[in-house]
Design a protein around this ligand. Sequence first.
Ligand code: FMN
Length: 169
Amino acid sequence: MDAYEAIVTKRDTREYEQRPIEPDALRRIVQAARMAGSSKNAQPIRLVLVTDPEIKQRLAGCGDFTQHLPQSPMVAVVVRLGDSRPFDAGRVAQNMMVAARAEGVASCPVGIQHDECARQLLSLPPEAIVAMAITLGYPVPGTAGGRGDQRIQLDQFVYQQTWDGHRGL
Ligand SMILES: Cc1cc2nc3c(=O)[nH]c(=O)nc-3n(C[C@H](O)[C@H](O)[C@H](O)COP(=O)(O)O)c2cc1C
């Protein structure tokens, strides 16, 4: 699967097989995350990989839309340090999810709205901000893989030159 196909076919998937992610695949996924560029190359993002059932269960309580999180084989918690920007975390997370897709591993971003809850649970340093949790696992065969959400059309998405210029490509 090439990069374009991995990107455009990736759907946020919430049903996984219970088997763990293969170690070689996990290493490539994490390497892809690590290689994301960051502002001034400050590299302010860290990952906490959670497979422990009790920690996953409690982490689900730190977010508002986390129903599938406890049943996910792995949760990668994306942590922002220092004067990081949300974009830094987004690059790491998307690299990880696209690389995972290419390895046949499905994923879904999950918001962790209650920062202090996650900070305490994961023993994070006080300045840490939880950008996102990413659930990961092999998709259940035969399931849709995503809710079938549509994307806006190109003529709604792209503006040429100025906001009141031609739209689309
Ligand atoms: C910033 C962000 C936060 C999200 N939070 C959650 C969440 O808390 N729980 C969840 O199940 N999905 C969450 N999602 C997944 C979205 O629902 C998903 O990206 C969207 O519905 C498109 O799904 P699709 O790729 O399957 O078409 C989140 C996605 C993003 C980008």
